[in-house]
Design a protein around this ligand. Structure first.
Ligand code: PLP
Length: 436
C-alpha cells in the first residue's frame, strides 16, 4: 500500500503484520541476536551483500519499522534510529567530518547542540563555524575546502524564525556540501527534503513521541544527494574504509539504493560508538507517531490561539510566533510553514525577570519543564533556567530577554490553556502594579 498522505503513512508505512504470528501491532523484538540460516547466509550479511538482522546494537525489527515509517513521512530513502536526539546530531556530522575538517552551522540552535558543536567537537578537532541564518550567503563565505556539511534547525527557538532551507541547500549542492536539518520542531509541517536538504534528523523525544516517556533520535537520508560526484569534498564516503575491509561507501551501497550516507552511519559509527535505540523505546515512539498528524494540527491551532490571546494582554510587550513576524522572517514563514506554524511560542513580560518568575510559579495546568513537544502544555523562563549561565548581553544575543517565557502549547482544550495563562498573567501583572 502506498500513500502520499501523512495520516495514512503514520499508521501503515514499514509494517503490515508480524510474519510469524500475524500480529498487527509492531511487536517489541526484545532480542540481542538473530540466528543465521546457515554459514553462507551469515557470510553474506557480514559482507553487506544482503541486509539483514545480525545484532541489535546495529539493527532490530522494531527499530526497522519505526525507521521505515519516519523515512516515509519525511520523503527520505532510509533512516536510522538512535538513543537520543543528541546522538543523532553527533552522528550526522561525525559521519562526514573528521579532525581538521569543519562544518558551517546556523547560530540559532538548541543549547545542547551548541555545546556539542562549540566544545565537544572542538576537542575532537572538528571546527564548527557559526553564521547568522538571516543571511544565507554567510554559509558560502564561511566555506573552505575542508567544509563537509551545513547544519541548521528548521524552526529554532527562542526566535522561531524559519531557516532558509532552499537558499542554503542551493549554495551547498554544487560544492558537494549537504545541508543537514534538525526538524524536531516541525515534523510534518516542513519536509526539508522537498526544499533541497540532504539529511534530516529529529529528537523523537519531542513531537514524534508526544507522550514524553521516551528519549530517542533519528537520522534520515534523503537519498537525493550526489555523493559520488564529489570525491574530494566527501572523502569519508570515497576513501577505502579500513574498518570494513576497504569498503568505499558510495560503491558498497549501490546494490542497496541511494543510501551510502546512512549505511555507513549504521555499520561504522553505530557499530563502534553503540548509541543504539532500545526496541522498547522504538515501540513507544511508534505508539506516539501513529497519532502525530492529528496531534500536530491541534498543537498548531492551540498555539495560534495562544499567540493571539497574548497579543491582546497588557502585561505582554511582545509575542514571538511565526505568524506574528515581520519582514524577511514573515516571508520565510509564508514560504515554508504552509501546513501550520508549530506548537512553540515565546512572549516577553514587560515587567521583566521577576514577572517571569511569578508567571511560572502561578501556572497550574502548564508544566514547568525543560522540554518541548509534549502533548501536555509546557513552560519555562529561560533567563532563570536554561540560559542562566549566560551574561545578560549573551542572553539577549540568543533572543532571550529577562521577561521572555517559552511555551510549548499542548493539545488540551484551548479554554483550559487560556484560563491558566490568564490567571498566571494576572499574578505576573502584580509586579508592574507594585512598581507603578
Ligand atoms: N534538537 C532539538 C531542536 C531539541 O530541542 C533537542 C532537545 O531538547 C535535541 C535536538 C536533543 O534531543 P534529545 O534530548 O532527544 O537528545
Amino acid at each position: 500500500m502506498t500513500s502520499r498522505h501523512p495520516e495514512t503513512i503514520a499508521l501503515h508505512a514499514g509494517w503490515r503484520r508480524d510474519p510469524a504470528t500475524k500480529a498487527v501491532a509492531v511487536p517489541i523484538y526484545q532480542t540481542t541476536s538473530y540466528q543465521f540460516d546457515d554459514a553462507a547466509h551469515a557470510a553474506r550479511l557480514f559482507a553487506l551483500q544482503e541486509l539483514g538482522n545480525v545484532y541489535t546494537r546495529i539493527m532490530n525489527p522494531t527499530n526497522d519499522a519505526l525507521e521505515q515509517r519516519i523515512a516515509a513521512l519525511e520523503g527520505g530513502a532510509a533512516a536510522l534510529v538512535l538513543a537520543s536526539g543528541q546522538a543523532a546530531t553527533a552522528f550526522t556530522i561525525q559521519n562526514l567530518a573528521h579532525a581538521g575538517d569543519n562544518v558551517v552551522s546556523s547560530t540559532d540552535l538548541y543549547g545542547g547542540t551548541w555545546n556539542m558543536f562549540a566544545n565537544t567537537f572542538r576537542d575532537q578537532g572538528i571546527e564548527v563555524r557559526f553564521v547568522d541564518p538571516a543571511d544565507p550567503e554567510a554559509f558560502r563565505r564561511a566555506t573552505d575546502s575542508r567544509t563537509r556539511a551545513y547544519y541548521a534547525e528548521t524552526l529554532p527557538n527562542p526566535k522561531l524564525e524559519v531557516f532558509p532551507i532552499a537558499e542554503v541547500a542551493a549554495i551547498g549542492r554544487p560544492l558537494g556540501i549537504p545541508l543537514i536539518m534538525d526538524n524536531t520542531a516541525a515534523p510534518l509541517l516542513v519536509r526539508p527534503f522537498d526544499h533541497g536538504a540532504a539529511v534530516v534528523m529529529h529528537s523523537t523525544t519531542k513531537y514524534i513521541g508526544g507522550h514524553g516517556s521516551s528519549i530517542g533520535g533519528v537520522v534520515i537520508d534523503g537519498g537525493n544527494f550526489d555523493w559520488a560526484a564529489h570525491p574530494e569534498r566527501q572523502p569519508a564516503l570515497h576513501r577505502p574504509d579500513p574498518s570494513y575491509h576497504g569498503a568505499v561507501w558510495v560503491e558498497a551501497a549501490k546494490p542497496l539504493g541511494p543510501i551510502a550516507y546512512i549505511l555507513k552511519m549504521r555499520v561504522t559509527l553505530l557499530r563502534d560508538l553503540g548509541a543504539s535505540q532500545s526496541p522498547f523505546n522504538s515501540f513507544l515512539t511508534l505508539q506516539g507517531l501513529e497519532t502525530l498528524p492529528l496531534r500536530i494540527e491541534r498543537h498548531c491551532a492551540n498555539a495560534e490561539a495562544v499567540a493571539d490571546f497574548l497579543a491582546g494582554r497588557p502585561e505582554v510587550s511582545r509575542v514571538i510566533h511565526p505568524k506574528h513576524h515581520r519582514g524577511v522572517a514573515a516571508a520565510r514563514t509564508e514560504k515554508y510553514l504552509t501546513r501550520g506554524h508549530g506548537g512553540l511560542l515565546g512572549f516577553e513580560l514587560a515587567a521583566g525577570a521577576e514577572a517571569g518568575r511569578r508567571f511560572i510559579d502561578a501556572l497550574q495546568l502548564f508544566y514547568h519543564v525543560a522540554n518541548i513537544g509534549d502533548s501536555r502544555s509546557l513552560a519555562i523562563h529561560p533567563a532563570t533556567t536554561t540560559h542562566s549561565q549566560l551574561s545578560p548581553e549573551e542572553q539577549l544575543k540568543t533572543g532571550v530577554s529577562p521577561g521572555y517565557v517559552r511555551l510549548s502549547v499542548g493539545i488540551e482544550h484551548i479554554d483550559d490553556i487560556l484560563a491558566d495563562l490568564s490567571q498566571a498573567l494576572d499574578a505576573a501583572g502584580t509586579v508592574r502594579q507594585a512598581a507603578e
